[in-house]
Design a protein around this ligand. Structure first.
Ligand code: GLN
Length: 193
């Protein structure tokens, strides 16, 4: 299995580290032809406006949209914003998932927080019971989940922080910044689904 990580800006190195721990072959993607032969792609956390603008500059927007129509794709935080159809403001988006997000919904960097989440599909895919400990850093909220998209995880107050749609996955939080590889395993399970 070969997984690409969009490597224009943000914490792509952390995703690559996680994938290597799972013995997965990885490719840093900066140009359209680097998508060839990949089984899936991760869009990392970072700054969604910057990543979106760089996608436009590198001619990646359309190739990524095409890739996401037939392959597994997972966006973490800024990556989740890129996957959305609507970020409640004007910026380049892939528009692949029927979700509406609100950026920086929990406040500033100092308002970063951690939370234990109960994510049934993740537990099933990894055959584990422990809650998932998630890190939120200037995170977006998923305000609306429409079409065939589905809610995957909420905070205790009901706010949506993860959604799935076929082989597409969006998380407000950062599994790449933890020692818990279960979310990456869950993503890999979508490829064969
Ligand atoms: N606040 C960033 C944005 O709106 C996302 C932050 C992150 O990826 N940790 O793009």
């Amino acid at each position: 299995m070969k997984i690409g990580v969009l490597a224009l800006q943000g914490d792509f190195a952390e995703h690559i580290r996680m994938l290597k721990q799972l013995d997965v072959e990885t490719v840093e993607v900066r140009l359209p032809n680097q998508l060839t032969g990949l089984d899936g792609l991760i869009l990392p956390g970072g700054e969604s406006t910057t990543i979106g603008k760089l996608c436009v500059d590198y001619g990646l927007l359309q190739p990524l949209q095409q890739f996401g129509q037939g392959h597994a794709m997972w966006g973490t935080c800024a990556g989740a914003i890129l996957l959305s159809r609507d970020a409640s403001r004007s910026q380049p988006l892939l528009g692949l998932m029927d979700i509406r997000v609100a950026r920086n919904a929990f406040g500033r960097q100092v308002d970063s927080f951690e939370a234990d989440l109960d994510i049934e599909p993740l537990k099933q895919a990894t055959n584990t019971r422990a809650p998932y400990h998630a890190f939120f850093i200037r995170a977006p909220i998923i305000e609306a989940v429409e079409g065939t998209a589905q809610v995957l995880a909420t905070l205790p107050d009901g706010r949506i922080v993860a959604a799935g749609q076929g082989k597409l996955l969006a998380t407000s939080f950062h599994p790449e910044l933890t020692a818990d590889t279960r979310f990456h395993e869950y993503f890999l399970s979508l490829i064969d689904s």
